[in-house]
Design a protein around this ligand. Sequence first.
Ligand SMILES: [Fe+2]
Length: 345
Amino acid sequence: MTEARLPDTEPTTDLFTRNGFEGPASLLVRQQYTPTYRKVSGSYAPRRLEPWNSLTEAPDPRDLPVTILRGPRVRIEVWNRDHDTPFAVRDVHHDQLIYVLDGHARLETDFGVLDLDPLDAVLLSRSVSFRLTRVRSLQTLIVATESTLHLKPSNAAVLDPSAIDTPRPYDEPARPDGEHELIVRHGDETTSYFYEQDPVHVLQAVGAPAVQRFSMGAVRPLTVPGASSPPASLVVDPTTETMIYYLGARDTGRPPVHHNADYDEIGIYAKGPGPLGALTVPGSAVWVPKGLIHHGPDEDVPEGYIAWLIETRAHLELTEAGQRIARLAETTAFHVHPSEGAQQS
Ligand SMILES: [Fe+2]
């Protein structure tokens, strides 16, 4: 392509990236601003998601997580609970990142116990059993991947190793003998095992940690003063299928208009006081499927906010439950799209 002379008004740039933040990038200079679309016909569209918005009218203590977005090897789930789990559960196909939007609970696992608070993110290996006790208004978002998830090694500048917890020993004995159910999740199916003795309690766990926890509130953003730079990597997958980044406020230029050729993006607003564009309610999320041009809000918000980002090569689709909490999004500041009418926020 030969270089064309551009009019005097300021042109806009569109960053076309391969392989997320890691691959080659191209800059497309256009006179017009392309993220703004008038309307869309069809299902492949950016959405605002409101996972805190009740997914079930009358939550049942036996409810398992509700899948809102899914691809062949990746599930994004919501698990809102007011009750302890009357079972233990073990997903044998997926590593999971369990993020606490709100509320509290005790996570009892094969490796010990963690007390969960808002902003906590628990990395849980596949095939680890767990149950939830002392549940109080718990709202979680779960990223489940067939790929292996690891906390990014050597990212001490972003997340101090001392801020990464592993489960502590149980301070209570195993549950008394009786009937104890363990639900094994395998794909879309479950199989229940029933034990006379507590199938989860453990006296000691040594060796490689299969359960780790950090708080999004403990993460430090990566900043390159005066320049727009990629966000800090938090969780990696050796196959690069699914990655987690920190997206909190930082001293940086506004992200460019871009299209991410290979990755669906889901940004989750976690906490204020500052907004992330039009996202102001903790738990609000925006899903931009891969290949759709978008801009996104300024991250340099002096009041500060906490947010994080899922990137996945999986071709995600909204489930029926996901459609109930999804609204069309515009891609400049992530408002509800004007074509959704007067309900925009
Ligand atoms: Fe993006």
